[in-house]
Design a binder for this molecule. Structure first.
Ligand SMILES: Nc1ncnc2c1ncn2[C@@H]1O[C@H](COP(=O)(O)OP(=O)(O)O)[C@@H](O)[C@H]1O
Ligand code: SF4
Ligand SMILES: [Mg+2]
Length: 326
């Protein structure tokens, strides 16, 4: 059997802070296959970005990592920074919410895409620039040749996001992580960009990890979903199953307490209470302080246990049907 594109096994990430160690990711596991989109959802501060930065090898020095991150079966965590750097752009790419953080203001759009191609595909400068303009046209930047000569500040937010996608996809990475890639954009541009990602994914078989706050985006673009809470995976399921039959009280809360929501569109609902301080998380189930079903037994950590086909939930009460019917 071929290994999945990405396999994350028991990933832990711990930062040293002034007020003690902070474990932002605590035993996260998932896999993503070629041409598959895994959506990662959860409130702010649940460890979504830290998980993706860990996969990319982009966490600050001194961060303590545990577990395994395998790309096509090859372990990345133990590799020296240089080896990882070589894989970024070529095998691994990431796009962020704010493109200005990954675009260099001192270079034109064309130069940045061309640089990625020179670095990872060994193209000569002229050939790289020609391919860069092609890429910019591919991501539907009008008048690509002229836009290629412009600097990031001369482009709109949507246009910059397209440049970043062109850069990320120029080398046909095996894995693309998109961290809230369209949150800052208006709805029309957002839809165009997500459609573009889907199209490129179908063409290249890239595996996609899509971090988003938007359940409509999940419903329309994800094959599977992982719901994160306080550094752990609360629930994971095929997207349609998650909307039809959420099994973790946190997921039910996010979906607005109405498990079978029509069309599944809308933003995440807000749940009373806040995400715990990860320096002093509650013992056992981290959702207990906010959970309507919490009991004494929840002081022990619930394992992420299978509740259906490809469906697992970390809750002592799952499957929940009986609870909700009562
Ligand atoms: N470099 C860092 N040093 C210390 N704590 C961090 C660092 N980066 C992130 N964190 C903390 O890790 C937790 C998870 O953050 P993050 O992954 O960014 O959440 P989100 O799910 O919103 O993307 C938060 O509590 C955040 O404050
Ligand atoms: S384990 Fe207990 S506290 Fe945690 S989500 Fe399930 S019922 Fe709620
Ligand atoms: Mg984030």
């Amino acid at each position: 059997m071929r290994p999945p594109v990405l396999e994350v096994i028991g990933l832990t990430v711990e930062f040293a802070t002034d007020r003690g160690p902070l474990r932002a990711v605590d035993g996260v596991s998932f896999r993503v296959g070629a041409g598959e989109t895994l959506a990662v959802v959860g409130e702010s501060g649940c460890g979504k970005s830290v998980t993706s930065l860990a996969i990319m090898g982009l966490l600050p020095p001194g961060t303590r990592l545990g577990g395994a991150v395998r790309l096509l079966g090859e372990e990345l965590l133990g590799q020296p920074g240089r080896a990882w750097q070589g894989r970024r752009g070529r095998d691994l790419a990431m796009i962020f919410q704010e493109p200005m953080t990954s675009l260099n203001p001192a270079f034109t759009a064309g130069e940045q895409v061309a640089e990625a191609l020179r670095l990872h595909e060994g193209l000569a400068p002229r050939a790289a620039m020609d391919r860069a303009v092609e890429m910019l046209a591919r991501v539907r930047i009008p008048e690509a040749a002229r836009r290629a000569r412009q600097y990031p500040h001369q482009l709109s937010g949507g246009m910059r996001q397209r440049v970043m996608i062109a850069m990320a996809l120029a080398c046909r990475p095996r894995l693309l992580i998109a961290d809230e890639p369209t949150t800052a954009l208006d709805v029309t541009v957002q839809a165009q960009i997500l459609a573009l990602l889907d199209e490129l994914k179908r063409e290249t078989g890239t595996a996609v990890v899509l971090i988003t706050h938007d359940l409509g985006v999940v419903a329309d673009h994800a094959d599977r979903v992982a719901v994160m809470y306080a550094g752990r995976i609360a629930e994971t399921a095929p997207a349609d199953t998650l909307f039809a039959r959420p099994e973790h009280p946190y997921t039910v809360g996010l979906l607005g307490a109405v498990p079978a929501i029509e069309g599944g569109a809308g933003r995440l609902a807000s749940i009373e209470g806040t995400v715990p301080d990860l320096r002093r998380p509650p013992p056992g189930c981290r959702f207990a302080p906010r959970c309507p079903f919490a009991g004494r037994d929840c002081e022990a950590q619930p394992p992420l246990a299978e509740v259906g086909a490809g469906h697992a939930a970390a809750c002592w009460r799952a499957p929940l049907d009986r609870m909700l019917a009562a």
